[in-house]
Design a protein around this ligand. Sequence first.
Ligand SMILES: Cc1ncc(COP(=O)(O)O)c(C=O)c1O
Length: 566
Amino acid sequence: MDSFRLSIFDLFGAIIPGIPMLILIISLFDKSPTNILNLIERTENLSLSTSLLALLFAYLIGFSTQYLSYEVFKQLVPLWGKKRTKCFPISFGKRGEEVSLIREKAPENYKVLNTFFAHRTMCYNGFFSLSLFGIGISISNFVKGGLSADVLGLTFISLIFSFILLRRAVSFHEWSHDLITDSTFIIKKIKKKLTDSPIYLDYASTTPLDPRVFEAMRPYFMEDYGNAASNTHTYGERASIAVKESRKIIADTIHAIPEEIHFTSGATEAINLALKGAFLNYGHQKPHIITVQTEHKAVLDTCAYLEEIGADVTYLSVNSDGLVDIEQLESSIRKDTLLVSIMYANNETGVLHDIQRIGKICKSNQVLFFTDATQAFGKIPLNVLEQSIDMLCFSAHKIYGPKGVGGLYVKKGIKLTPQIHGGGHEFGLRSGTLNVPGIVGLAKAIQLCQSEMEEVSTRLEKIRDDFEEEMEKAGKIKVNGKNAPRLPHFSNFQLLNEEAESFILRNRNKLAVAQGSACNSALIQPSHVLKAMGLSDQDAENSIRISWGNGSNSKTLEKSEIEILF
Ligand SMILES: Cc1ncc(COP(=O)(O)O)c(C=O)c1O
């Protein structure tokens, strides 16, 4: 294809324009005025080799005049081209960068552009040779004293064709400018779209991986990729050591011992293991479970399943701030109560339950206490000893760690029935080859969160409080759970002047926030958490959750507030 294009270009860009110029040169050497019939006759009598030689000369002449014709065309374009085209120099010098961008990012457009360039060259070279031939032949005949009517006619026809070719060349020139302009506009627009992501304010849903976490994980993908259960070689040993160290780091942060930490695929699995595992082990004697209406679906759905297999579940209500009534909890505990499952921090509102008091009550009533700490882990200090927590779950992707890894703390002495069998990993509680890079990432992430906790929570709390204050003052929002202790980076509020759905749609390209909880987003229903707090269906549907994170600063607030909300 390329060679074909080259031969067409050679034919129309050099050989054909070269022929009139060759004829003109030959006629200049003739002493007598040029006679067209004579000229045609002479051409007819040429031998094959002379014809080929003539074509070669035509090619060389046509090719070498390209540079000259280019200079002439350059001077003519401003007189004829559109206003826009006139502004650009004909030598695409100034547009060279754009042309390179097109070559790199839009090769198809670059091909078309090249075709336009080639056609432009063929046309302006044709224009140049025909006009030179037409004018030259008349002048030479005039000088030789024999300007005949047929030569004048030939000049006239040549000039008409040369004008047509000039017009064509200008058109190709304009089209190439348009193509460059449009292509670079589109390329830049696409680039901008890719880089101009909406402001991320949904850190409660998930967080980006911290690069330091990624670096810690990296060797366990590529070099130390051994199976932590392989104890016959150093690959396995290195992986096993990494898991052991990670277990210790995690245990230390919640004041547990390493053997009490069990790795899972995330918090949902850990919740299933805690609730089903406890019920299957102890439920025949104590089938009663207490939980709260505002728990995460992972807890509520597991409880619903346990009800199907014989559990008796009490769902405690909450007040308008999302807090459980501790007295109601205490009075709900029965002789056959096996377990209380109350989350540390709510995933929609950030509301923090009084875990210390709840733990104490459970302990004194000899009831197991499980807390879903997925949102609190790494955000506020946790202490399973002080808070009398028997089981606690966590997840790496909420703390700038990888997705698909989490864990369950189970106090020593508590027996759970395993939910996944096959190999007896994780002290017999959860079988399956360990996700070594994930576990290392989880440990690194919690380590970083612990060390930066104070600075991060102070910064985010200020951003959150300033935001809520301004928005409330402007009469735009009503904060849900405002009077309860909350995680510092959470704000859940009702929009007072606009429907949440239209707000989210309107700002889809500018702002990433959650309506209700992302974990439930497959089900488009008013949030069960907000409804339990007494909000009407409409108020719950009109509520939005903003959750700030490590990437947020006071500018994020400024941007989101001013550009989007006001
Ligand atoms: C409170 C709470 N529990 C459990 C989960 C489920 O966690 P994972 O995604 O690790 O399964 C989430 C996730 O949003 C959560 O916020």
